[in-house]
Design a protein around this ligand. Structure first.
Ligand SMILES: Nc1ncnc2c1ncn2[C@@H]1O[C@H](COP(=O)(O)OP(=O)(O)O)[C@@H](O)[C@H]1O
Ligand SMILES: [Mg+2]
Length: 259
């Protein structure tokens, strides 16, 4: 059981970017109350890249993520996922695409309170057409990988914040999405739980999972392959860190060299 399958991702995109925004814009309101929440963003996210999106509160991070994930419609520009234009799809096609090809992770988890951890993870697999047996097997495998095999029958209310977010990440992965989109995934977590989530993202990165993480947290941004900054809805900086998570940071490299 692997967390993700990189090979199928590469096939789906033929070497092009997994995710692409072209001239992407989202305007709210009109007249004096007009807000350019996202303002002409061009962005290519290659397969396997971990991208952090940073910037001050209100700069358009969540709006951008929702446009990229087909949760909101742009007022201008295009969104491409897996080589296919998605911004003009009908609501049903878009819902199906979100279910099968995109894994969402939110700051406040968005788990179903009355379902167990396992049932929360199984649900998107069932909705995507997996048999109950397949959904159960997949969910059990992924919960094991996120370190929650022993908590599968627990309700969200019986789990810590960090454990809930790991369930949410397991749920995001269950249909082997082309891309995982996370909006402030550590925003409600203490530093120990944040560390667990970063370790998990590290595993995803090693497995070739394309990941876009919106974050205020410098620790989270510092672990990405690439960091882009937004100001007033526009990209103002694009930095390739080339360090990655955990053991490939300069400190980790030094320690392993010494060891
Ligand atoms: N539904 C909405 N209606 C009107 N304005 C909105 C709406 N959602 C967000 N905005 C505005 O768009 C801008 C970007 O918001 P958002 O994407 O939530 O920023 P961030 O996630 O970076 O904090 C803000 O000025 C916000 O007030
Ligand atoms: Mg936000």
């Amino acid at each position: 059981m692997t967390l993700v399958r990189g090979r199928s991702q590469r096939r789906a995109t033929d070497g092009g970017p997994v995710l692409r925004a072209a001239g992407l814009s989202r305007v709210y309101g009109r007249g004096e109350s007009l807000v350019r929440a996202v303002d002409g963003v061009d962005l290519d996210v290659p397969a396997g890249q971990t991208l952090a999106v940073t910037g001050p509160s209100g700069c358009g991070k969540s709006t951008l993520l929702q446009l990229l994930g087909g949760l909101d419609r742009p007022t201008g520009g295009q969104v491409w996922l897996g080589g296919r234009r998605i911004d003009h799809l009908g609501e049903r096609a878009l819902a199906g695409l979100r279910r099968r090809a995109i894994g969402f992770v939110f700051q406040d988890f968005h788990l179903m309170d009355e379902l167990s951890a396992a049932e929360n993870v199984e649900l998107p697999a069932l909705l995507a057409g997996a048999s109950p047996r397949t959904a159960r097997t997949r969910a059990a495998g992924i919960l094991d990988r996120v370190g929650l095999a022993g908590r599968a029958r627990h309700l969200p209310s019986e789990l810590s914040g960090g454990q809930r977010q790991r369930v949410a990440i397991a749920r995001a992965l269950v249909n082997e999405p082309l891309v995982v989109l996370a909006d402030e995934p550590t925003g409600n977590l203490d530093s120990a739980a944040t560390h667990d989530i970063l370790r998990l993202f590290d595993e995803l990165r090693a497995a070739g999972q394309t990941l876009v993480v919106v974050t205020h947290d410098e620790r989270v941004a510092a672990t990405a392959d690439r960091v882009v900054s937004l100001r007033d809805g526009a990209l103002v900086d694009d930095t390739r860190l080339g360090t990655g998570f955990g053991d490939t940071t300069p400190l980790g490299a030094l320690l392993s060299w010494e060891g």
